[in-house]
Design a protein around this ligand. Structure first.
Ligand code: GLC
Length: 709
């Protein structure tokens, strides 16, 4: 017996020393990453390699306990770290310490047009994910806003590929510098929820390269995103999860992606995924994890050499690269959770994302010397918005409602009274609300959409742009008794506003997170001067939307063909002279800005040159304010059709009253190029160009012409 115990101890010690030897090899960050990856790879059995390529729990893929390689833990979502669920179900784990900081929805972040805030946003997500021991955060989403009905538009960054590209890069850098991987999603062409699990998307190459790929490309090449999530839908005939063109050709070959492709949950439909670029199969179907296509099926195919070992080794290398830069990253900082800094960041982003759409008779900011009684009306004034909406839902540490924010800011000198006036899915007594409006000095109506199904919610698209539950009638009735009214819209999508001409002030306030109410009140009471600009167009009517106008949505249950091509959003409205309700890039301020003195570094440039566009912005009003100057390019004469204008640069400046600032923006040939389907590449066609500087896509303040040789 003695001998057996002794030999067991020797074997145990030896085993540790072998492992510690390999462990020493791969956790020594002094060694190049690839060396550490190889040091592990050669230790792994085939079973262990395959285990790493599929889910072993609801939100993690397999690790290798024998070698101290942890599971890859993941979680939603783009706006914060989701509440913990049980290991193998969607049921809440019932933790009492997983209530997070809720950040504003990504449409709100995009509306700030502030890349510094995108970085700050990513830092908060990275900190909170690290604290929750998540190695991968399943976000951000950058699917282009193609129709104003998509239930998940609130999770994305609007209609323009350049704005989405500029905002997604710092977000991802912010997350990943905290030792957490981003997982940019949903790759790609998931621009509707209707039939998302099966619909096949068709589009031409110009739409693909000029509109729908750029934000993903920026995330991968500029931000070095460590992972990317495939979309549920098909693209050009095959599921994104097994799409060789998207995953092997574009992503891994053209873009040189070295990270991990993760499937959306249940998006893998056949063993083809294994050879067509899928690296980790995640899922929610009830079957055993060993039944997944990248599990036993994959193992057997490798064993029988139907699939070469190089295929699984490539996947494992990618997975190990992510693990070594996250869970096994040396000196990985501990993260932080629901700190005052995080809530302050959430409030700041919400403040800067709120868009002032209308403000006549200087209704805003509210003058509490004159306004002594405020009626707050509308269910959205008191409705929690971090709950619901699908996988982006969050369990908030707290969420300040618009009503609470208004009460907080109004102080004791102003009496605030709340009556819902309308409610989702049930009738309420609107007359009480109208009566309250009538006797109040001011009315703040808070309406819009919510995260109920077929509103702003995953898994379905809205059926119209209309506000629901009698909001429009209620607004009309309120206006008939009190014209001193502000309408605050909370939504992630454009809505119809039949009452717009009657209402003197309108704000687009988004789903703005834990500090939503305080940020809204900061703007309403003038503590903050609004500086947000719309990241997508509000069309005058749904049938004006190009995809709708061309009968190209929602498709015929099998295919949806993007007949509008590159003419998405303002690219369509401006080119085809369709006037929107509110245009892309639009947003007012409590002050005014004057643009002057545009100067080009050269009137004639070669394709190798960089053109410098300079101009002056002056705050000609009485209040400090932020302004987003937007630079659009027009190819005056080109051999193929191009949009009236395309956003190619922007900058946000904050100026004190009376202050001026000289701005310079650089334009390279990329900004002048289109994707040539004949050349199979980007091409800047010599000829006349026009550069436009706008306070919005339609409010062009300065123009200048130049020639590309
Ligand atoms: C969902 C979503 C995806 C999410 C995943 C995990 O179906 O499409 O965005 O990250 O499943 O919840």
């Amino acid at each position: 017996m003695q001998k057996i115990i002794q030999s067991l101890i020797v074997a145990f010690v030896l085993n540790i020393s072998i492992n510690s030897q390999s462990i020493v090899n791969y956790t020594n960050s002094a060694l190049p990453l690839e060396d550490r990856v190889e040091a592990i790879l050669k230790e792994l059995t085939l079973k262990e390699k395959v285990m790493m390529c599929h889910a072993v729990a609801k939100f993690s893929s397999g690790g290798v306990p024998r070698l101290g390689i942890p599971e890859l833990t993941m979680d939603d979502g783009p706006h914060g770290v989701r509440a913990e669920v049980l290991r193998d179900s969607w049921n809440a784990a019932g933790w009492n310490n997983d209530s997070c900081t809720v950040m504003p929805a990504l449409t709100c972040l995009a509306a700030t047009w502030n890349t510094d805030l995108a970085k700050l946003y990513g830092n908060v997500i990275g900190n909170e994910a690290r604290w929750r021991n998540k190695s991968i955060m399943l976000g951000p989403g950058v699917n282009i806003y193609r129709i104003p009905l998509n239930g998940r538009n609130f999770e994305y960054m609007g209609e323009d590929p350049y704005l989405a590209s500029r905002m997604v890069v710092p977000y991802i850098q912010g997350v990943q510098e905290k030792g957490v991987a981003s997982c940019v999603k949903h790759y790609m062409a998931n621009n509707q929820e209707y039939m998302r699990g099966s619909i096949n998307v068709e589009m031409d190459d110009r739409a693909l390269y000029e509109i729908y790929l750029p934000a993903f490309k920026a995330a991968i090449i500029e931000a070095n995103a460590l992972s990317i999530m495939c979309a549920y839908n098909k693209f050009r005939g095959s599921y994104c999860s097994e799409n060789d063109f998207l995953q092997n050709q574009i992503l891994k070959k053209d873009w040189g992606f070295k990270g991990v492709v993760i499937s959306d949950w249940g998006a893998v439909h056949s063993p083809k995924s294994a050879i067509n670029g899928m690296d980790i199969e995640m899922g929610s179907h009830p079957s055993k994890y060993s039944d997944y296509y990248l599990a036993d099926t994959f193992y057997l195919a490798l064993k029988k050499e139907d699939i070469p070992m190089s295929v699984v080794d490539d996947k494992v290398r990618r997975i190990l690269r992510v693990i070594l830069q996250t869970a096994l990253k040396e000196n990985r900082q501990w993260g932080a959770f629901t700190t005052t800094e995080h809530f302050a960041a959430s409030r700041k982003i919400a403040q800067e994302g709120i868009v002032l759409l209308k403000n006549e008779k200087a209704i805003l900011p509210i003058d509490t010397k004159k306004v002594k009684t405020i009626a707050v009306i509308g269910e959205n004034a008191d409705r929690k918005m971090s709950l619901g909406g699908g996988s982006a839902e969050l369990k908030a540490k707290y969420e300040i409602s618009p009503l609470q924010g208004i009460i907080n800011a109004a102080g004791s000198s102003v009496k605030v009274t709340y009556i819902p006036g309308y409610a989702t899915r049930r009738n309420t007594n609107a007359q009480n609300a109208v009566a309250l409006a009538k006797k109040s000095d001011m009315v703040i109506f808070v309406g819009g959409l919510n995260h109920d199904y077929l509103e702003d919610c995953e898994g379905g698209d809205r059926l119209s742009m209309d506000l629901l539950w009698g909001q429009n009638d209620l607004i009309d009735q309120i206006m008939s008794v009190n014209s001193n009214t502000v309408v605050v819209l909370i939504s992630g999508n454009a809505v119809a506003m039949p009452w717009l001409n009657k209402v003197p002030a309108v704000l687009q306030a988004w789903y703005a997170g834990s500090e939503a109410g305080n940020a809204l009140a900061d703007v309403l009471f003038g503590k903050v001067n609004p500086s947000g600009k719309l990241p997508f167009t509000f069309p005058a009517k749904l049938s004006d939307c190009p995809a709708i106008a061309k009968g190209a949505y929602p498709g015929n249950d099998t295919n949806v063909i993007y007949k509008e091509g590159i003419y998405v959003g303002y690219r369509y409205y401006d080119t085809y002279k369709v006037n929107p309700l509110f245009c892309f890039g639009y947003g007012l301020s409590y002050t005014q800005f004057e643009y002057s003195n545009i100067i080009l570094s050269k009137p004639l440039i070669k394709t190798s040159d960089t053109l410098i566009v300079s101009f002056t912005i002056k705050n000609t009003g009485a209040l400090m304010g932020g302004e987003v100057a937007q630079l659009y390019i027009k190819d005056v004469l080109s051999s193929l059709d191009r949009p009236e204008k395309e956003l190619k640069a922007f900058t946000k400046v904050f100026l004190n009253a009376g202050e001026s600032k000289n701005i310079s923006m650089k334009i390279s040939k990329e900004a002048l190029s289109y994707y040539s389907t004949t050349k199979k590449g980007w091409f800047a066609e010599p000829g006349d160009f026009e550069v436009m500087i706008g306070a919005s896509s339609k409010d062009i303040r300065l123009k200048a012409a130049f020639i590309l040789q």
